[in-house]
Design a protein around this ligand. Structure first.
Ligand code: UT7
Length: 333
């Protein structure tokens, strides 16, 4: 009987402050119309100063632990995915650990940006299936609003991002009922590093922090939007098709596709490329913006909470982001 990794608890948290496109109009040279038409986003949540990505992850973790009906002391490993850690180092996994009051269990941070959740899930799946760990807390949390460029140079990115965290508890299913993670398929291509990145701070520069870098806006995230868009629309469907082939499944087996919520036009194009009916593609970017590594698990948690996703459904998850990194994962819910 094949052991599978199941999600036994889920939760998500977004900070209370809602920032609409109209609010952004007051902060930079943009319009509600441009943002809605080009991205589908209507509003996003932004944290207040003093809150870090680990705080969002912690709030989500508390909900996931409660949802699993778990004693938090039974968690034996933490995996965290973020590109916006509270500190340059260390990562947020052990900060969530400290906030939960869990001592001396391992905490691993994953740095794969918008694909971070899929990478984290694949690592967790390996640990659970080999029996290395029994109850893993996976946290994906992002706080990008604190470092956005509101000038014309950065407005393509600054309208996209929202803050938020999601968490799940993963454990073994030995019942043989087929539920759980069926497979994770990960890809990357490091030739595209500078197409979507934050150039500075860089260990290549000695000294690392220089006033001129601040003046040149080098500490802001930058992206070649059109290249990212084109690659995202190609690579996500490819990753889903690859995974289906590996599993001996077909598109008609998918009950819901949860794409990384990068841009609603991308999600729609991915759905169309796979010939999936619109109602099978889960999209919530309208209300949250692009929450990077947290976007897939937030969409998953919300869809489960709303009763959309039910036991037995086949879920296809896919992501694309900075690196480039991309991939797919399949879960029998
Ligand atoms: O999550 C990780 C991966 N990220 C993504 O997947 C994002 C992928 N890229 C995108 O979603 C899109 O490329 C954007 C939404 C970022 C941009 O949309 P676009 O349709 O590719 O626009 P563009 O960058 O080609 O810019 C079109 C015009 C430009 O003006 P000109 O040169 O035509 O006069 C931009 O300066 O829109 C302008 N523009 C804006 N105007 C108003 C760019 N950003 C804004 C803005 N408000 N926020």
């Amino acid at each position: 009987m094949e052991r599978r990794t199941v999600v036994s608890g889920l939760g998500f948290y977004v900070p209370p402050r809602v920032v609409t496109n109209f609010d952004l109009e007051k902060m930079m040279n943009t319009s509600d119309e441009w943002i809605r038409e080009r991205t589908g986003i209507l509003e996003r949540h932004w944290a207040e100063s003093g809150v870090g990505a680990s705080d969002l992850g912690y709030e989500a973790a508390v909900k996931a632990i409660e949802n699993a009906g778990l004693d938090k002391n039974d968690i034996d490993f933490i995996i965290a995915a973020t590109l916006s850690p509270d500190h340059y180092f260390p990562g947020i996994g052990l900060m969530v650990q400290a906030k939960l009051g869990l001592k001396e269990i391992g905490a691993l941070d994953i740095r794969d940006q918008c694909s971070g959740f899929l990478y984290a899930l694949s690592v967790a799946d390996q640990y659970i299936r080999t029996g290395t760990y029994k109850k893993i807390l996976l946290v994906a949390a992002e706080l990008q609003s604190a470092n956005l460029d509101f000038s014309d140079e950065g407005r393509d990115m600054s309208v996209l991002f929202g803050d938020g965290g999601a968490a799940m508890i993963l454990e073994a299913n030995d019942s043989g009922d087929g539920r759980g993670v069926l497979g994770c398929y990960l890809f990357s291509d490091g030739r595209f590093v500078s197409e979507l990145w934050m150039d500075k701070p860089s260990s290549r520069d000695n000294p690392t922090f220089r006033v001129e870098f601040f003046q040149q806006g080098k500490f802001y995230p930058r992206m070649n939007g059109r290249t990212v868009f084109k690659n995202a629309c190609e690579k996500m469907p490819q990753a889903v098709l690859y995974g289906l082939q590996q599993l001996g499944l077909s598109i008609s087996n998918i009950d819901y596709l949860i794409p990384h919520q990068a841009n609603d036009r991308i999600s729609q194009m991915v759905g169309r490329a796979l010939r999936l009916p619109e109602e099978k593609v889960i999209r919530n970017i309208q209300r949250y913006g692009n929450t990077t590594a947290a976007s897939i698990p937030i969409a998953l948690a919300e869809a489960v909470q709303n009763g959309l996703i039910k036991k037995g459904h086949l879920l296809a998850l896919t992501a694309f982001g900075s690196g480039f990194t991309w991939g797919s994962a399949f879960i029998r819910w």
